[in-house]
Design a protein around this ligand. Sequence first.
Ligand code: ADP
Length: 200
Amino acid sequence: MTNIHPETGRFLARTAKEQLLRQKGVVLWLYGLSGSGKSTIVNEVERALHGEGRITVILDGDNLRTGLNNNLGFSDEDRTENVRRVAETAKLFASAGIIVFVSVITPLRRHRAAAREIIGPDFREVYLKADFETCAARDPKGLYGKAKAGKIRQFTGKDSGFEEPDHPALVLDTQTRSVDQCAADLLGFWRSLRGGRPGE
Ligand code: ADP
């Protein structure tokens, strides 16, 4: 590392970009079981924000696994590396003033802690609450069926652990609330973050 000298003060300031975009960079990190509704809700909320002239990006776990993370599997070690790369990517976008939605299972508390550690004060933890049985009944990608038939190993909630959160900034209970209600809650949460921000 001795020959690496990160620039700190010379590049254009983040606030200049935020003023240009008239918004503040932030990372809304949605996590929960497969089928808990992460993609569905970020899709709704991103479209609503787009309609208001906001610049957003979605970092979706499955999509990233076809590119940046295509050499990673689902072992504990690979899930940890998956979270590290997504967190570093989210941080880059947020530092350019972009509203970032992360949609990744992020099963363990230490994974969430690692993401928080990398991203810092822009990080907001959003837990999508839906239990294994509910997600298995939805099974939007057919994964629960395959896992039950023994065709998928290290499946979260079955043979790979998922830890309930301690202190998420927001809980979206997708088991008892509709897609529209959950999307409205997330949008409301984002609005509540905006007080006193540059360019607003
Ligand atoms: P994930 O991205 O977490 O794997 P998906 O968004 O792909 O989950 O799938 C969630 C499924 O659950 C979709 O088929 C969606 O229509 C359904 N669903 C039912 N209720 C809700 C809700 N309140 N919020 C989000 N999704 C819901």
